[in-house]
Design a binder for this molecule. Sequence first.
Ligand code: ADP
Ligand code: LRH
Length: 491
Amino acid sequence: MGNIVAFDLGASSGRAMLGRLTDGKIEITELHRFSNDPVQVGDHLHWDILRLYHEIKQGLLIAKTQGIDVESIGIDSWGVDFGFIGKNGELIGNPYHYRDHHTDHIMEKLFAELPASEIFASTGIQFLQFNTIFQLYALKQANSPWLQEGNRLLMIPDLLRYFLTGNMHNEFSNATTTQLFNPIKYQWDKELFNRLGFHDSWFGDVLQPGSKAGMLQASVCEELGIPSIPVYAVAEHDTGSAVAAVPATDQSFAYLSCGTWSLMGTEVQEPVINELSQKLNFTNEGGVEGTYRLLKNIMGLWILQESRRGWEKAGKSYSFPELVQMAGAAKPFSAFIDPDDSLFFAPGDMPARIAQYCRQTGQQAPESVGEIVRCILESLALKYRFVFEITERLSGQQFNGLHMVGGGIQNTLLCQWSANAIGKPVWAGPSEGSAIGNLAVQWIAQGVFKDIWEARQVIRDSFPIVEYKPEEQEAWGHAYDRFVKLTGIAE
Ligand code: ADP
Ligand code: LRH
């Protein structure tokens, strides 16, 4: 079967993954991997979008130099961020990073104009200060010229697809992360735009995952010396692609997409939009084949990544496996944080913020690197239990275990501790969930797989899945009680 390529851009790194089907199994080969480094310019944090575009072209060149004829490609990335295209068809400015400070305290300002309950009823999307709706509102408050000059708004993969094909479309799964798409009316919510003073013309036709979005344009083919090939719209929100790749056999399943963020929830056929889902701040992001992801964002391994970056700046470099090993050797259950405390959202000195959190909650702060990493990982596992249980409550389902996908499953301690915390087995794999989901949707578009369930079966047969059985139940039960009390998360 032919070669196809998934470009999967995470907040910490991007990769070009070659996919092939051999004897009914998926084989993946990493063609290219690159770091994704945000750039601080003055007071603002941006993505380096042209570098990302360059790396995509590098991925295509690497395939060419290896003699691989690529039949199609798809791109997925983190959600919510966007760029504006001006009247001359060019990108206006560098997209803001969702961790930029321009959306600090913006939610309250917007709610004074438009109540949260109305936004949730129209979109079913959880409130996070960086959702596109709040970023646009922040730009409006700042009188940004983008809003005067901008003709079309394209999300990150829409933008990269536009550079490659010359066609402008908005893809569905990512469109839902804007918090401006109405899943009941199944269209952009014009009423929300009008009330907030956003222009209808910014938002274009919405492509479903699995549709053909165009062909590589002539200038790209000339530059790279390759033939034109189709570019498919996949589930271009990386979490949508990751969940597409969950190797579940049961229609009712719980997942944790574990990377920079931890996204935990279940797949539903209809969005769950009610008082409880709003109160618990759950989201209903669009997925493949009309599904929705009823899930909650958990701050995730970002806190560890950012701690590691800080240590590196101070001249102490540790690999992730080294950090995991140090955590394993540290004393258990010494200190806990709520990973979702806003203290941990912006880039900065995470160990200092952990110490601050501990002081505020009357705990002895972790000091050594191993103690700090242990505190982060145990706290994440305990937060997973909390969210797992509210996912069950909200969806009215009981799950017999948790599927974990994403780069974070290479952290075997975190997988084991997650099983210990939730008291149910964890099935870890595949680690390249988003890239594999991206490939799977291209194969569905080509008619190779009938649907997402056939794709999930093939994924299950193609990649190792490691089972972690719950251990040390009593100790983790006591730790959870302490964690809930200290963090006040149940209040
Ligand atoms: P992104 O959301 O940026 O795509 P990934 O899915 O690539 O993230 O996951 C990145 C995270 O995976 C890192 O923050 C790190 O904590 C973890 N990780 C990556 N490699 C390893 C490893 N070898 N051992 C343990 N953890 C790892
Ligand atoms: C994970 C993710 C998540 C979004 C965040 C911005 O990569 O796409 O689903 O909430 O990034």
